[in-house]
Design a protein around this ligand. Structure first.
Ligand SMILES: Cc1cc2nc3c(=O)[nH]c(=O)nc-3n(C[C@H](O)[C@H](O)[C@H](O)COP(=O)(O)OP(=O)(O)OC[C@H]3O[C@@H](n4cnc5c(N)ncnc54)[C@H](O)[C@@H]3O)c2cc1C
Ligand SMILES: NC(=O)c1ccc[n+]([C@@H]2O[C@H](COP(=O)([O-])OP(=O)(O)OC[C@H]3O[C@@H](n4cnc5c(N)ncnc54)[C@H](OP(=O)(O)O)[C@@H]3O)[C@@H](O)[C@H]2O)c1
Length: 531
């Protein structure tokens, strides 16, 4: 009989590290697995699905080194050079896996490459830059021989289910709004309540809510005046005013609108319009040109209403992290919405959906909505597992939901929330609820960071550093860690801080700490909902 040699016991965590024997043994096992040479990285759910559909039978290694929302498009495309077209399409996405397109970045690109998805303009964070790159890549796809194109997906589609995708929204009733900031704040963030009892939708914590808002009537009327048209001109079987309110985007002026201007103007105006249509910026104002500003810039153009509407993009829904728990309040749904308003030149610009929810919709009104299932943002299935939640600003939304869910289901795991905002006196959202949860013991720890209370900025990651030793102990105890809020700066800074904490308190080099955090992500113990 062959005697199997037992594997050598790997001792990576030194006995002097601040752990119990059980924790040290768990961590040694964890790293042994990580360092094992023949331990192939597990497939993600979407990679597994792609594998099943045969899409990745193109020799690609499935790695996505460009998958970083802070990396500029040109750098992402460089990293994807030489990869199959569907992978280069993925690199063109904004890498937030935000779900606004109805997919994650990988699945959206696979759907385009397999020609299941014809819309190239769905990546909201990528905006016009992504749409232009996708258009160029799609032209390559059209030229490629059919055999090299990805096969059509046979995966069952949720798109057909009522209220489960942007393609099949249902009406829900707006109940109320309540301002979360106190007078004197520089922010305006609203707690919004919906009633789902008529539409029958449900959700789990971590999911987002998609809403179809409409454009502000005042802006629409100004645009109609600039066109020199009548409100009741018929377009697409409706009045021009109805179409401009409900069907088309009036925010960033699309390339096709500048193309239209280039056809109906001449001379220098035509050259300018052509340049803008190609993504150039002849006057240094391209980033600020919404539809109305574009009409003002080409004020002599006066396109025909039908051609004008044709040149605009369809109005897209917006997603919001759900801040309530269906287990705690069945049939009800809450959001936490920061109102977007800013000024360019002399004109006030309004964020479409946030101002719709904050000021234009009235209690009792219905709006089209859907539930967007979270991709990899969910509470641990074991209710005993501790969770650490980091959510400054509106990033608190899903964590309010997590906490109410844990209360409703009697989950016994410890809960630690890091919340931060500008000023403690004005911007402590849900302070009564959170303090009550702390008193009851549901919220084990509440760590706060006020960025504008002192002379120097103080952020959630600064608070994390202060309590790094305890944070590391929670991680060593198996805690899952969640981040929600700003994608561009906060999420990256928090991740860097986490690496530093792991290195300092986990007795590791920075490289080892980076691998540790990467492994937390891979194993689903570090999840993000960032936008
Ligand atoms: C998964 C997910 C969850 C989200 N959860 C939440 C949430 O819980 N709460 C929340 O409030 N938001 C959340 N968002 C963001 C939300 O979807 C919208 O993007 C946000 O409300 C703005 O939408 P809007 O229609 O009001 O503005 P838009 O009409 O889309 O205008 C926003 C655009 O205006 C421009 N802009 C904004 N501010 C300025 C400025 N100061 N100067 C110049 N240009 C500017 C930018 O181009 C910006 O993209 C989430 C997003 C995602 C993807
Ligand atoms: N797509 C959109 O149009 C849209 C709509 C709404 C929100 N957002 C973005 O989503 C994010 C969330 O907005 P919000 O209203 O929830 O609040 P927020 O603007 O993110 O502010 C929340 C807190 O985070 C702080 N903060 C700023 N930079 C940080 C960093 N690098 N690390 C950690 N904390 C940081 C802020 O401090 P200071 O401000 O004092 O620096 C503030 O105290 C913002 O970036 C906002 O621009 C985008």
């Amino acid at each position: 009989m062959n005697q199997m040699t037992p594997p050598p016991k790997i001792e990576i965590i030194p006995p002097s590290a601040p752990f119990s024997e059980a924790q040290r043994s768990w961590l040694n096992g964890f790293f042994a697995g990580l360092l094992s040479a023949d331990n192939a990285p597990p497939l993600s759910a979407e990679q597994g699905a792609a594998e099943l559909r045969g899409i990745s039978g193109d020799g690609d290694d499935r790695e996505a080194p460009w998958h970083d929302q802070t990396m500029p498009l040109a750098d992402r495309m460089k990293l994807a050079e030489g990869r199959p077209l569907r992978r280069r399409m993925m690199a063109a996405m904004a890498q937030q896996d935000c779900g606004q397109c109805g997919y994650n970045c990988n699945d959206y690109s696979d759907a385009i490459a397999s020609k299941d998805e014809a819309r190239l303009n769905l990546c909201v964070p990528g905006g016009k830059e992504t749409a232009r790159m996708l258009k160029a890549l799609y032209e390559e796809l059209e030229k490629a021989p059919a055999s090299s194109q990805a096969p059509a997906s046979t995966a069952p589609s949720v798109a057909a289910m009522s209220g489960r995708s942007r393609d099949n929204p249902v009406p829900a009733t707006f109940v109320s709004r309540r301002l979360l900031n106190k007078p004197g704040s520089e922010k305006e963030t609203w707690h919004i309540d919906f009633d789902l009892s008529d539409c029958g939708l449900d959700y789990v914590v971590g999911d987002s809510f998609g809403v179809f808002a409409s454009n502000e009537a005042g802006l629409v009327d100004q645009i109609i005046a600039l066109l020199g048209a009548s409100h009741v001109t018929e377009v697409r079987g409706k009045t021009l005013r109805e179409v401009l309110i409900a069907d088309v985007s009036l925010s960033p002026a699309p390339d096709s609108l500048f193309e239209l201007f280039s056809f109906i103007t001449g001379g220098a105006q035509r050259e300018k319009a052509r340049a803008l249509a190609q993504g150039e910026d002849p006057d240094g104002d391209a980033a600020t040109l919404d539809v109305m500003a574009a009409l003002q810039k080409f004020s002599g153009a006066r396109p025909h209403p039908e051609a004008f509407v044709e040149a605009l993009e369809p109005l897209q829904p917006r997603l919001y992290s759900i801040s309530s728990s269906h287990n705690a309040t069945p049939g009800k749904l809450s959001l936490t919405v920061d109102r977007v308003r800013y000024v360019v030149g002399k004109r006030k610009r309004l964020g479409l959906a946030s101002t719709f929810l904050a000021e234009r919709i009235n209690p009792g009104d219905q709006m089209k909505v859907y539930v967007q299932k979270a991709h990899g943002f969910a509470m641990p299935s074991d209710p005993k597992v501790p969770i650490i939640m980091i959510g400054p600003g509106t990033g608190i939304a899903p964590f309010r939901a997590f906490l109410f869910d844990r209360k409703a289901t009697g989950a016994t795991g410890k809960n630690w929330l890091f919340f931060g905002h500008q000023r403690s006196a004005y911007d402590f959202f849900y302070s009564d609820e959170l303090n009550a949860m702390k008193t009851s013991g549901l919220l084990t720890r509440l760590s706060l960071a006020w960025s504008r209370d002192g002379d120097k900025k103080f952020y959630v990651q600064d608070r994390m550093r202060e309590v790094g030793r305890e944070l590391w102990a929670w991680l060593a105890d198996g805690a899952h860690l969640y981040v929600c809020g700003d994608a561009k700066r906060m999420a990256k800074d928090v991740e860097r801080t986490l690496v530093d904490i792991v290195a300092l308190h986990g007795a590791r080099s920075i490289d080892q700490a980076v691998s540790f955090v990467a492994e937390l992500k891979k194993s689903g113990r570090f999840q993000q909902d960032v936008y």
